[in-house]
Design a binder for this molecule. Sequence first.
Ligand code: A3P
Length: 354
Amino acid sequence: MATQLKSGHTAEPLSDEDSARILKDFPGQVDGLVRVQPGGWILPTPYLEMADKIYDFKFRESDVVVMTHPKCGTTWTQDLLWNMVHNPNIDNPAAEEAVNGRSPYLEVDILLMGKMKEMMLSDTSNPMLKQFAELCPGANPADGIGIQMAAATPGIRIIKSHLTFPLLPPDLLDTTKVVYVMRNPKDMCISYNHHCRMARFHDFQGNMDLFVDYLTNDELFYGPYWNHVKEGWKRRDHPRLYVLFFENLKADPVAEVRELDKFLGTDLTEEQMTKVIEHTSFDKMKARDAHFPVTEEMKKKILNQEVVQNEGGFFRKGQVGDFKNKLTPAQESKIDAWTKMNTEGMDIEFKYSI
Ligand code: A3P
């Protein structure tokens, strides 16, 4: 049955046949998927409960939203912006907390599925729940941990969302600033493949051929990738939007941070910029390994430890061009054809090496 959303979109569950196929390949996605039209957005079924609340979320003028398709440099950008705003001298003890604890993930609840939800919500030692209880005393986690934590976060908020513009409040850019982060589709594909095999809530079972098929058939969580990119790109001239390319940040962090400094109005000194860049470098973020506010024990349950040990954890490689080591020529051709089809007349160019 179709569900009408406040945003004007219609959400429909996938067909029984598609659902069974996807569940076989992604046995962690136990709650199933819906397709949201127009746009064809693929989201987990719990999104239906959150969609209108997210659409009505009250952003503040001082907010900065980090908006991305997954695996395009979200966490890096969240940490970079948070430190620019809240820790320019690298002396704020809160900087040791997990990135997604300091920088709220607006729709995190849609990822809390099935057994994982039970596990996350029943463990009172879970730092995310502790933080929730502190920030939102008396609030019910079932009403949405992400949006309630975001609402209760004081000061300048760096808010993460993988949702695209049309699913967020229509006046978002009138109200707040948005940093939209893009990454070339081949590196994103490798990173997303790793993520989907590592995270138990996806638990992808197939090989890279199958993953590339899912990607180019626009059947991955939060996709279609190109529709996501297009929604960001078409607003690129808006003064409250900053389009940040992962590849540019990697190639010349100083130049990007100078631009971001102007965009945010943080007015950092060169020394502060250098310190923040160093603090949020791949090696430093990997050493902290503080992506999500969960205990080490919980992390072991959520992440496939074999994948983590053999191929790296959340902070895997952080490079531009790693796809060259992973994709076959046939897989690259498929992504190239899909890219060509989707970028016709779009005047956008990604870097595949730096
Ligand atoms: P890889 O899997 O290619 O290593 P997201 O935060 O959107 O999920 O993106 C995750 C990707 O960003 C991963 O890419 C991760 O390693 C990379 N990343 C995270 N922090 C980074 C940093 N400080 N510098 C460079 N890449 C970083």
